[in-house]
Design a protein around this ligand. Structure first.
Ligand code: 4AD
Ligand code: MG
Length: 425
């Protein structure tokens, strides 16, 4: 048994091969049946001649039937992929009923049957790149001595504010789904120092945009005795490593997906950095009502990011628009030590910053934001026992993929997208 990808790489030209997979296309002529067979590694054209002993089996085959096919592999410039197998034996494993997906089906229909659409070449390739991105991110964290940890998804107090919090009944208790693992990473730095996790985050996000899911995968890091410069240096190092690694390993996937791979080689440290104040000054020209203190919207971020044409940071946001845990500059308390990484077309793909490490200031910030300090006793304990300056960030995996792969919509960056309207299958 060989993988189709091996045949396409020329492993077994003019040799007898057996492949196993599914029928992707079938075209039947009087004397010849063309099959396209797919497995996890690729698609290959197979031909069945009328004189062949497997002609009858080939006639029975329907789209998406699973089969084993034996034949001779040959280089053939006319065949898509450059190789073809002339079939000598076919054994049907599972004869498929009429497959509901065909070329004329609408985007909406395809989204409704995601469990079948995941077999498409597009989704196969995106999922492979996704796996490589995860691998490369882990590699980078490890190379910098970060320990991977596993935070909980059921939580008892909000991280990122109540408006996007999913509540749930946990036996008799009211709990939430976590919006970020940050606060738990903050616990673990007291033991392991540099930590990271790659885990789901949940947002009761009503906005239907190309960059919002209700469940997404969050790459988060947290570490002690560090400042804003350390934070941005780490994040850009991570991004450079991931882009370099994907640029080397996923050329084929980018080509087949029609994604521009050249943007990856343009990702070089150090990234440009502008302050929030500078961002507002630049954006006022395009969006006159925007004033200092406003949060940047998607359109603003996109306009800025398109100017840079590559990843960059916006830092030092107003404290008033940042979460309770953000540390501010003591001499300028209206400015928070925070930084967002932006990329073209998407805008924000990560948020990070320094965390408030003074217990009393933290309690004050909670009260200002209408949060009850008693809900966060364990978090306050971290400031009671051995507090220190520390930083961390969270990057949305799917937003990273939308940017990398030039995807039209974030729902194509995850196998089972959850949005306001989609939770099936
Ligand atoms: O900016 P956010 O809300 O920051 C945090 O959650 C911090 N606690 C992270 C940290 O410091 N550990 O979310 C971080 C990133 C965003 O920049 C974005 O990439 C992604 O998470 N994100 C989403 N991705 C998809 N769908 C959504 N609804 C998202 N919300 C945030
Ligand atoms: Mg953010």
């Amino acid at each position: 048994m060989v993988k189709i990808g091996q045949v396409l790489e020329g492993c077994c030209s003019d040799q007898k091969v057996t492949v196993r997979g599914w029928v992707y296309r079938k075209r039947e002529g009087k004397e010849l049946i063309f099959l396209i067979i797919r497995d996890s590694t690729g698609f290959i054209q197979c031909t069945v001649k009328k004189a062949s002993p497997c002609w009858n089996e080939a006639q029975k085959l329907t789209i998406e039937s699973s089969l084993t096919l034996e034949g001779t592999a040959r280089q053939d410039k006319r065949a898509p992929g450059g190789y073809e197998i002339s079939a000598e034996d076919i054994s049907i494993i599972g004869l498929a009923e009429t497959f509901p997906i065909s070329k004329d089906k609408s985007e909406e229909f395809i989204r409704d049957i995601r469990h079948l659409w995941l077999r498409s070449r597009k989704m196969n390739l995106v999922m492979k790149v996704r796996a490589e991105v995860l691998e490369a991110a882990r590699q980078y964290f490890r190379s910098q001595d970060y320990t991977e940890v596993s935070p909980p998804m059921f939580i008892s107090a909000a991280v990122e504010g109540g408006s996007t919090l999913f509540g749930l009944k946990y036996f008799d208790q009211d709990l939430y789904l976590t919006q970020s693992s940050q606060l738990y990473l903050e616990i673990l730095i007291y033991s392991l120092e540099k930590v990271y996790c790659i885990a789901p985050s949940f947002r009761a996000e009503k906005s239907r945009t190309i960059r919002h899911l209700t469940e997404y995968w969050h790459i988060e890091g947290e570490w002690p005795f560090a400042d804003m410069n350390d934070l941005m240096r780490f994040e850009e190092g991570l991004m450079e490593h991931v882009c370099k690694s994907i640029g080397e390993k996923c050329k084929k996937e980018f080509t087949e997906l029609g994604a521009d791979i050249s943007k990856l080689s343009a990702v070089k440290v150090p990234f440009p950095r502008i302050t929030y104040t500078e961002a507002i000054d630049r954006l006022k020209l395009k969006n006159p009502p925007l004033k200092w203190g406003d949060d940047l919207g998607y359109e603003d971020e996109k306009a800025l990011a398109d100017e840079f044409g590559k990843p960059f940071f916006v830092y030092d946001y107003p404290t008033a628009i940042k979460a309770f845990y953000c540390k501010n500059y003591r001499e300028k308390p209206e400015i928070a030590m925070s930084a967002d990484m932006m990329v073209p077309r998407i805008g924000e793909i990560s948020t990070g910053g320094a965390r408030e490490d003074d217990k009393d200031l933290l309690i004050k910030r909670m009260q200002e934001q209408g949060l009850k300090p008693e809900d966060y006793e364990w978090y306050l304990d971290l400031r009671r026992y051995g507090t220190m300056p520390h930083v961390g960030f969270g990057m949305g995996l799917e937003r990273l993929l939308v940017w990398m792969l030039d995807l039209d919509n974030i729902i194509d960056a995850i196998p089972f997208p959850r949005t306001t309207r989609r939770f099936y299958p």
